[in-house]
Write a protein that binds this ligand. Structure first.
Ligand code: GAL
Length: 384
């Protein structure tokens, strides 16, 4: 009897066994009870019986498998003690734990030293280079949230291991594409020393015009909550909270998806948006975000645009049902298209017990041409 490669559903590793044994094992695993529905807010167990530990995450499809990447959270701290986890599934409800995709480092002074803040990782596949590209929000160890950087890592395999490449602030020395002579003249005359007091009407107006953009021009723009998006033409974008979380930036990536190209735009200047999640439907780009209240939930916001470059228009809160005024207790992280279905994904944070944070996945419906996210205790997702 010849040997066969068999991927153990329990451990995710490839083992060499006889074909007859492989068949028996497949039948055994096929007979195990399977999750059929999505129950937001509950414990979601992986194939080893542990609650999935992939927070602030996103999902990438590769071949017939979905890969879920997210922050590993420890029991008592929100700092990164392990790194980015990866889970794999063929039906989006039963998940195989693939282990750690990107490890934090034990090297003192490393950008991703254990104990840093490593949040909202997202992975995209580059068809041209054949590489899997991971971007995340990074705060250096012991520096609170002051670094405001993005980090990039790369792998030849979807589940990793990912090799950390670099971290930095965004688009140093570069102005947004919409800044022409008029905007630059306004910036020229602006003096940050005149705006010591925050939140005044004058300060708001200056923020909208680019006060903090000018402040950070040399060092690069701040980069915190983030997502990635690949458009139909293969161009990819990094969408992140910048300018002290006051303004979102959408920055185009280079063709290898490992750097910014230098082209970027500002969205909702001064609007204080975090947790961006984006999708496109019938040529319209839709983005759902949150306000800035840390781990505490707040009311979701929604924007649309005819082009990724804008203009972006704000719409009312898309959530409906109990606790819709606080995004059902969650904060957006990703929107996954599955055929015609769109899944809104959010995190219910548990800052006192971070690893016990929960997940919200709800279908996006359309009413009067606009996305609506309605709470459902339980729903069935059909993956064709
Ligand atoms: C949230 C943000 C999270 C995390 C947290 C820290 O607003 O979305 O990703 O950074 O703040 O307080």
């Amino acid at each position: 009897m010849k040997a066969a490669n068999f991927v153990s559903p329990k451990h995710g590793s490839v083992i060499q066994i006889t074909k007859a044994e492989a068949k028996r094992l497949e039948q055994y695993w096929a007979a195990q009870p399977k999750n059929k529905t999505i129950k937001s807010g509950g414990l979601w167990l992986d194939d080893s019986g542990r609650h999935i530990n992939a927070h602030g995450g996103g999902i990438m499809r590769y071949g017939d498998t979905w890969y879920w990447f997210g922050e590993h959270k420890a029991d008592t701290t929100s700092s990164a003690m392990v790194g980015v986890m990866c889970y794999a599934s063929k039906d989006l409800v039963n998940w195989r734990n693939c282990g750690v995709a990107l490890y934090v480092s034990d090297k003192k002074g490393s950008d991703i030293e254990r104990g840093c803040v490593l949040e909202r990782p997202k992975v995209i596949y580059n068809k041209v280079t054949g590489k899997f590209c991971m971007w995340f929000h990074l705060e250096l160890k012991g520096k609170g949230y002051s670094a405001a950087r993005y980090g990039v890592a790369v792998s030849d395999r979807p589940e990793g291991p990912y090799k950390f490449l670099y971290s930095q602030r965004a688009n140093a020395g570069t102005y947004p594409i919409e800044f022409g002579d008029k905007e630059l003249t306004v910036l020229d005359t602006m003096d940050i020393n005149h705006f010591k007091e925050w939140w005044t009407p004058d300060w708001y107006e200056a923020i909208r015009q680019g006060l903090f953009l000018k402040r950070d021009l040399g060092s690069g723009q701040m980069s915190r909550d983030m997502t990635l998006y690949i458009d139909d033409d293969g161009k990819a974008y990094h969408i992140f909270s910048s300018e002290d979380n006051l303004t979102l930036h959408i920055a185009e990536l280079t063709n290898d998806y490992l750097h910014h190209s230098g082209r970027y735009t500002r969205v909702a200047p001064g609007g204080q948006n975090e947790a961006p999640a984006i999708f496109k439907k019938d040529g319209t780009y839709w983005m759902i975000t949150s306000g800035c209240t840390g781990w505490a939930p707040n009311e979701a916001r929604m924007f649309s645009a005819p082009s990724i470059w804008g203009p972006w228009t704000q719409h009312p809160n898309p959530c409906r049902g109990p606790k819709s005024e606080i995004t059902f207790g969650g904060q957006s992280t990703y929107i996954l298209p599955v055929g015609e279905q769109l899944i809104f994904m959010a995190d219910i944070w548990r800052p006192k017990h971070p690893s016990d944070a929960r997940y919200i996945w709800l279908p996006i419906e359309f009413e009067d041409g606009k996305p609506v996210v309605r709470w459902q205790d339980e729903w069935e997702l059909s993956v064709k």
